[in-house]
Design a protein. Structure first.
Ligand SMILES: Nc1ncnc2c1ncn2[C@@H]1O[C@H](COP(=O)(O)OP(=O)(O)OP(=O)(O)O)[C@@H](O)[C@H]1O
Ligand SMILES: [Mg+2]
Length: 247
């Protein structure tokens, strides 16, 4: 039985223009994210992981190549359609947390409901916040929260929204190991649900080893892929890549 990919990147290249010069960042990256998969993207700092994730999520356009979502080319979608898709089908847990600083943690979690004119199910949302260890921060204003708490607020919002695919850029980067475990367990639950997927950028071999697949980026090129067996194996491949980056 063949299943269609949720996200299909075909020969995606991306350059930025810096001081009038072209800075190539991604080179013909092809990648498919399948339903019920949790995929880790690893690679040295500056290798293009966040840029690739932005392209996969339709937040940025490739310079050449295509990205399709559920079989439809993102480039063919109107701005409005893309915005709707981002509200409903895609969830983000990003390095810059995209929380509204003037709102409380709870209000940020409830924001998608408020924006679409629906009454937020307060009990259910607070229960989700409890699950990610935010029970004591429900009514905290964003600037008074630690980086890790803010990141878990973004995660709670995504868990409440139940999008088809979750993009998480270093979701455990700001967390102690226990909170990191909690976050990974919740993301793994998402990827076990029918039709849903998770893409995680991470520097942590422990996080990557919990994924179904790990893809490695080096200088904007996909250089390998693993079905991880254990943490040591992922760490080995990463060390080899990092040594290459420093050579
Ligand atoms: N908007 C931009 N304009 C110019 N250059 C950019 C832009 N975004 C990223 N870059 C450059 O592209 C390269 C890849 O950046 P990217 O953020 O994708 O790396 P990364 O693998 O996520 O790194 P890290 O692990 O440090 O987060 C870097 O050299 C970066 O400076
Ligand atoms: Mg990054």
């Amino acid at each position: 039985m063949s299943t269609a990919p949720t996200v299909h990147a075909h020969q995606v290249s991306k350059s930025f223009s810096v001081d009038g010069k072209d800075l190539p960042v991604l080179h013909e990256v092809s990648l498919q994210i399948m339903p019920e998969q949790m995929v880790a993207i690893m690679g040295p700092s500056g290798s293009g992981k966040s840029t690739l994730m932005y392209c996969l999520a339709g937040l940025d356009q490739p310079t050449s190549g295509q990205v399709s979502f559920n079989g439809t080319d993102l480039a063919g979608r109107s701005r409005k359609a893309l915005a709707e898709m981002r509200r409903g089908e895609l969830g983000f847990v990003f390095q810059s947390y995209n929380l509204v600083p003037t709102l409380t943690a709870y209000e940020n979690v409830a924001l998608p409901y408020l924006l679409s004119g629906k009454k937020p199910p307060r009990e259910q949302l607070v229960a989700i916040m409890n699950e990610v260890g935010l029970e004591h921060r429900v009514d905290a204003k964003v600037p008074s929260m630690s980086g890790g708490e803010q990141q878990r607020t973004a995660l709670a919002r995504v868990l409440a929204q139940q999008p088809q695919i979750v993009f998480a850029d270093e979701p455990t980067g700001a967390l102690d190991s226990r909170s990191g475990e909690l976050v990974m367990a919740k993301l793994a639950e998402v990827a076990r649900e029918p039709g849903r997927s998770v893409v995680v950028v991470t520097h942590d071999p422990g996080v990557a080893a919990r994924c179904d697949r790990v893809v490695f980026l080096f200088d904007g090129r996909l250089t390998g892929e693993l079905r991880p067996q254990n943490v040591a194996q992922v760490a080995d491949v990463l060390t080899q890549l990092t040594e290459r980056a420093q050579a």
